[in-house]
Design a binder for this molecule. Structure first.
Ligand code: GAR
Length: 204
């Protein structure tokens, strides 16, 4: 099968990245991971990726003080060098500038731990609890300039249970994230395969 080369961008533990690694290991899955990249050289997920035999790269944002675009240019060059066609943000905790978003427009996905458009940004589980919501969940969406604002590809819901804490809710949502991201990416790739404009761009 002709697998689309993707990059996974992480900042920390990388459990969503791991879900993508496991999905990509399946012969019938339509993507392969060409690069795992982090802004944080100490991200635990980098070691997980190395153990899985994947190419990894850290581009430390602290080496680009007050130069977000410079940092993103270095990232963009690395993605292009690796032959990446689709970028998956998976717990990548830097707000992107229009430079990188523009370079990967329509080819960059993000997973967010809320039912967008509810609760963009941080502390989503605390905010769902404070609002007294009965349902919570996660979203995979295309990345656009507005933070957590891009078109929604897929969502998964969980119930909020009485006695839930932010931690217990986060755990329940994360289990769904690990199912949702591989499924949403596969659906996105199969959809793009039908579009004449994308057909050429998605595989080598
Ligand atoms: C995940 O819950 C992901 O949805 C969230 O960070 C966590 C990363 O966990 N992302 C965001 O909040 C982005 N706005 P992981 O490193 O174990 O995948």
């Amino acid at each position: 099968m002709n697998k689309t080369p993707i990059a996974v961008l992480i900042s920390g533990r990388g459990s969503n990245m791991n879900a993508l690694i496991e999905a990509c290991a399946r012969s019938e899955y339509p993507a392969r991971i060409a690069l795992v990249l982090s802004n944080n050289p100490d991200a635990a997920g980098l070691e997980t990726a190395r153990q899985a035999g994947l190419a990894t790269l850290a581009i430390d944002h602290r080496l680009f003080p007050k130069d977000r675009t410079g940092h993103e240019k270095a990232i963009d060059e690395a993605l292009t060098r690796a032959g990446v066609k689709v970028v998956c943000l998976a717990g990548y905790m830097r707000v992107l500038t229009p430079y990188l978003v523009g370079r990967w427009s329509g080819h960059m996905l993000n997973i967010h731990p809320s039912l967008l458009p509810l609760y963009p940004g941080l502390d989503t589980h605390e905010r769902a609890l404070a609002a007294g919501d009965s349902r919570h969940g996660c979203t995979v969406h295309l990345v656009t300039d507005g933070v957590d604002e891009g078109p929604i590809l897929q969502q998964a819901e969980v119930p909020v249970l009485s006695g839930d804490t932010a931690d217990s809710l986060a755990k329940r949502v994360l289990e769904q994230e690990h199912q949702l991201y591989p499924a949403a990416l596969a659906a996105f790739l199969s959809f793009c395969g039908w579009l004449p404009c994308c057909k050429r761009k998605m595989t080598h």
